[in-house]
Design a protein around this ligand. Sequence first.
Ligand SMILES: [Zn+2]
Length: 123
Amino acid sequence: MSNYNNATCRICGKGYHRCNCHAEGSWRKVTDTAEHYQIFCVMRDYNNGIIDANKASALLDKMDLSEKDSFRESVKETLTEIASKKKAVEKKIEAQAKQIANNIKGGTGNAKANQNNTKTWKK
Ligand SMILES: [Zn+2]
C-alpha cells in the first residue's frame, strides 16, 4: 500500500504517490517528477511576474517539453502565452535592428570615405 496515488502533478495532472516523509519544500509535494517541478517553477515565477516571457522561454528551452500535449490546460495556456509574448518582443527587436541598419546605410558614404582615409594613412 505504499505506492497509492495521493497527489496530482501540477504540470501533467497525473496522479502520483506523495510520501509524507519528504521534507517540506520538496518537489514531490507539487509534481511527480523533478523535470515537471522545473517547469512548475518557471510557470510560477512567470505568473508571479518574477521573470518575463523571454526569461521563461530561455529556461523552458533547456527543458524537455516533448510531453507538453499531456500537460494540464492551464500549463499549456501559459506556455502558449510565453511563446507569443516572446515573439512580440522578437518582432520589436527586429524592427529596432532594421532601424539601426537603415541608420548605418544612411552613413555608408561616410564609412567609405573613412576607409579611403585609412588607406591613405597606411601609404
Ligand atoms: Zn508530471
